[in-house]
Write a protein that binds this ligand. Sequence first.
Ligand SMILES: CC(C)(COP(=O)(O)OP(=O)(O)OC[C@H]1O[C@@H](n2cnc3c(N)ncnc32)[C@H](O)[C@@H]1OP(=O)(O)O)[C@@H](O)C(=O)NCCC(=O)NCCS
Length: 169
Amino acid sequence: MTYVIRSVESEQELVRSFDVLGAQFPRPLTHQDRRFTDLARRFPQDRSMMLIAEDEEQVVGGALAFRAGEGGPSCDVTLRIIALLPEHRGKGLGRQLVECIEQEAARLGVRGIGLGADEAVGFYQHLGYRGKGGMYKALPLSSTHSDAHTRRRALEELRERREARLQQQ
Ligand SMILES: CC(C)(COP(=O)(O)OP(=O)(O)OC[C@H]1O[C@@H](n2cnc3c(N)ncnc32)[C@H](O)[C@@H]1OP(=O)(O)O)[C@@H](O)C(=O)NCCC(=O)NCCS
């Protein structure tokens, strides 16, 4: 089956999607849960990591993530919730969603992805996440990015010092 994976388009859609995903847990979550607040706050900057999967234009699952804190350089991403309707599980869609978030996070220069895995620990371990309770995966591209960032910053500092020297002369 081919799914369409796309970013959530509006805050209203974020609310509806969270409710669909939250309903898949033994103790259902809704957007009234405090865990929704961070997603809503970060929606304008991080909606590229708030993904839903559609089959024939119906939402069948999704994964919602955001950058921690204010999302500065070398921050982490929190994967807040991932869930699929039962008939769409076990077909590789969960992996696809996690990999899309990892790719986008790496593109943004994020260090790694953290999550609280009450359920599905085996799934996350299989995808390279480690830890108990709180699980984490460092992103391979992020060190390259931060090296590039450090080099760029060092060059800027050299240029600033040279300009300051020239002004003193
Ligand atoms: C957890 C969930 C998102 C996984 O999505 P999925 O589409 O069923 O998983 P996938 O088919 O993409 O599985 C990806 C890989 O993980 C493996 N895997 C899946 N569940 C696993 C488990 N419990 N233990 C070990 N490996 C597991 C699969 O065998 C597959 O391996 P492969 O890619 O090497 O063939 C989905 O089952 C779900 O919605 N569960 C209910 C909600 C939930 O528990 N969410 C997690 C909250 S922490």
